[in-house]
Ligand binder design. Sequence first.
Ligand code: ADE
Length: 251
Amino acid sequence: MTWRASVVTLFPDMLPGPLGLSLAGRARAAGVWSLDTVNLRDFAPDKHRTVDDTPFGGGSGMVLRPDIVDAALAGCDDGRPLVCLTPRGAPFTQAHAARFAASPGLVLLCGRYEGVDQRVIEARDMLELSIGDYVLSGGELAALVVLDATIRLLPGVMGAADSATEESFTDALLEYPHYTRPADWQGRRVPDVLLSGHHEAVRAWRQAQSENITRARRPDLWASRAYQSPAAVGCQPGAAALPNSDERILR
Ligand code: ADE
């Protein structure tokens, strides 16, 4: 069955954007996933097509009206996960992407202005997600990020060679470094172990690299792991880490 994405937005022309190209574009052409956009302005009752109003309590900016957002969502809220993109949201992670890929599709609401009236977020039981600690001009780019991360996990989108099982975050670890030919480039040599042909030694080296790089760059991710291989510190062969449980990452 085709995985269905519905994006509710004031700027439908921002979609599919980069998702019309490359891996995602080919998968969409092949019917692996579909995209429909819903223009919030189509649900504005007045001739000026007003979708927002000033915030109660004062302050700057405008807030998207709950009645208009609700009417726009009514046609696509069919049991698929319903996500509101906002810098106030919980951090979007690989675990969300995996869960979304396993569902029939996704409904994404892109906020603009100061935000969306909280009552419709609660009434529709939306999951509020952020793609990072910075403020974009709207949720559209964030929706593209969430969709890209999810679509590449759909069955048949990545080739066997691109298996998602070993990449960054699937195990709450950053990925080890990669090397290809030439083995000596400008005097910089590829680590000997990778040329050794010893599969177990390569696996252990990569595991230790992953653990050390995660500890150095992402202490938060490292601290979230249930088990930390003691071997990582000295870059020696380490035991395989336990996979991270979904419950600790999802809301
Ligand atoms: N809208 C504006 N900034 C955002 C962010 N960082 N994540 C998700 N949606 C947003």
